[in-house]
Ligand binder design. Sequence first.
Ligand code: HEC
Length: 133
Amino acid sequence: MDNPVLETQLTSAETEASVRPRRLALTLLAIIGAFVVAIAFITIFRPPDPYIGDVLRLQGSAAQGKVIFQMNCATCHGLTGDGLVGPNLHHVSSRKSRIGLIQQVISGKTPPMPQFQPNSQEMADLLRYLESL
Ligand code: HEC
């Protein structure tokens, strides 16, 4: 390598080759970062589920909730919620938040408990009953 021109060209070609993947990695990181920030924003500022909002605003009736419970839930949780196939529900509201209780009923995420679709008034009644157990 006695030729200084050739040497300089080689060095700059080398630099270019090593910078390009780094630039690509940085761009990818920036894109991933932007995604993470966007998802965090959506999660934090997501408007509350309108159904849950309705249920929480409504005044439930425990007596009405008891009737709904005995028709839909008692086969598994017992006539008074003291447990059969499903767990005993006495004091369940000290273990689960109101939103947690609503989600338990409507989500169907813990089989064999099915997914229920009570209208918001029925759900408010059920919630009131569950809180009275
Ligand atoms: C087919 C049986 C079945 C029916 C019907 C059923 N459940 Fe359940 N339920 C379960 C089982 C099983 C669990 C436990 C799920 C788990 O956590 O793995 C459960 C869990 C629960 C829990 C959470 C208990 C806790 O300690 O965290 C609540 C609250 C509940 N059920 C309410 C209801 C209500 C209200 C209804 C009626 C609308 C209902 N369930 C109908 C089987 C049933």
